[in-house]
Structures are given as structure tokens and as C-alpha cells.
Design a protein. Structure first.
Length: 248
């Protein structure tokens, strides 16, 4: 499926494939893109219905299947990008995630796999970012800060402190939840808009591209906006401690 930034959706169902031990064998082929006429916001309901039917056919109750899809509503159906969904074979699940029940039980284990794919549209956006000069990136960053401050810091200092903070939380919450784009509230300079159009995994895409094909534009963009890779939280100290000679 492919979700464009405006929530236009296109998808196609692929036939089942049988896994083999031959890692060089192509199990299936499909086009990586969709025709403009394939996109429609109405496709979301059709896609959900298809996934729901597939989950139920694998053994889930309808309410369980809906709960599974609702859990991943944001990442499955609201975030722009190209992704492949597949039902994980039961044998794989049982092998890598073994489960034992102390009492006799009829168990149905159904998992949905998801692979995020880099789209031609995203590759074009990465090339555009790489082509911006350091001066353009710095100019746009300053303009973005100015636009942001003008939006939320108008009026007297007291009004800005009380009213704009509440408004800012509400509006940024809508942006973070995917309900509205940032451009609905402030003007977005060109280089930063290009970055936003990369979608949900834009930081990872930019950082990976800079590592694979470093350019002055990518390096300066990363430094200007302080883009960082995801860092797992460190384990709490008490989980790392152990006893030595009777002392913790």
C-alpha cells in the first residue's frame, strides 16, 4: 500500500507465497508504484476490510482482529509511505516465539508483519535536500524559527505566556497525531518542507542517505536541525547492579 501525504491511498493484494531455503529465489514480483488513478481516500475502508477478513480467516475473532488493526492505526493507515503487509506463518511464530499453556487450550496465533519501503518520491526528496546549499539551509532554518515565534509569541509577554502556550500545545498535538500538517499553522520554508515530505521515518532516511552518499547539503541539514538517530533508553541502574562480596 502507498499513502500519500494528503491521505490518498492505493493498494493491491498479492497472492500467497511459499517460503523456501533458496535465498536467491524470487518468490513474487510486483510493481513498486501505483498509477495516479489508483489513489483514493475511499481505499482505506477497503484495505481495512481486506485485512480484517484475512485475520479472521487465520483464526482470530472479528473483535480481536479489529483490536489488532486499531492498535496500529497510526503507523498502518495514517502515516504516509509505501509499506508491505503480510501474515506471518504460524510455524515461524511458534519457532521464534514459543508459547506454552499449563492447561489444554485451543490456541490461534496470528501476527501481521510490516515492511516499510523507500519510495521513488522519497528518493527524489533526499536528492533535493542534498542539493540545497548551506546558505539556503541556514536561511530557511532562521525563517522557520521566525515564523514559529511570530505565530505563538504575539501580543504582550503575559498574553504570550498564558494564551499562546495552550494554543501551541493544542496545535502541535494535532501535528504530532497526524491530524494536521505543520503548514496548517505556519509557513514552511522550502528545504524544511522537503524534509517533512519524507514522512514518518524522515530522520532515519536522511541519516542513512548521508552515511551512504554524504554531501555538503545533507551534512549541513543534519547539523542545522540536530537530527539524531533513535537511542534506546539506558537500563535503570538497579537492573545493572549485582552483589560482590556482600555489597550491592
Amino acid at each position: 500500500m502507498d499513502i500519500e501525504p494528503g491521505r490518498q491511498i492505493a493498494f493491491r493484494a498479492l497472492p500467497p507465497v511459499s517460503l523456501t531455503h533458496d535465498s536467491e529465489k524470487y518468490l513474487a514480483r510486483t510493481a513498486a508504484d501505483f498509477a495516479p488513478g489508483d489513489f483514493s481516500p475511499d481505499n482505506l475502508d477497503k484495505l481495512k476490510a481486506g485485512l480484517l477478513s484475512a485475520l479472521v480467516s487465520e483464526g482470530l475473532f472479528p473483535d480481536e482482529a479489529r483490536a489488532l488493526l486499531n492498535t496500529w492505526e497510526e503507523s498502518y493507515f495514517k502515516s504516509s509511505g509505501l509499506r508491505l503487509f503480510f501474515l506471518v506463518p504460524r510455524a515461524w511464530t511458534d519457532f521464534y516465539l514459543p508459547l506454552e499453556i499449563s492447561q489444554p487450550a485451543d490456541i490461534r496465533r496470528v501476527m501481521v508483519g510490516r515492511i516499510e519501503l523507500v519510495t521513488p518520491r522519497q528518493r527524489n526528496r533526499l536528492r533535493e535536500i542534498a542539493g540545497f546549499s548551506p546558505n539556503e539551509i541556514n536561511r530557511d532554518a532562521c525563517q522557520l524559527v521566525t515564523n514559529y515565534c511570530n505565530r505563538f509569541l504575539s501580543g504582550t509577554p503575559q498574553q504570550a505566556n498564558e494564551q499562546s502556550l495552550a494554543q501551541m500545545r493544542q496545535e502541535m498535538g494535532q501535528v504530532n497525531e497526524g491530524q494536521k500538517p505543520l503548514s496548517a499553522f505556519i509557513a514552511i520554508p522550502q528545504s524544511y518542507q522537503t524534509y517533512l515530505e519524507l514522512g514518518r521515518f524522515r530522520n532515519a532516511l536522511v541519516l542513512n542517505e548521508a552515511q551512504a552518499h554524504p554531501t555538503a547539503g545533507l551534512t549541513d541539514f543534519i547539523a542545522t536541525y540536530r537530527l539524531q538517530a533513535y537511542q534506546p533508553a539506558a537500563a535503570p541502574p538497579h537492573l545493572l547492579s549485582f552483589k560482590t562480596g556482600g555489597n550491592p
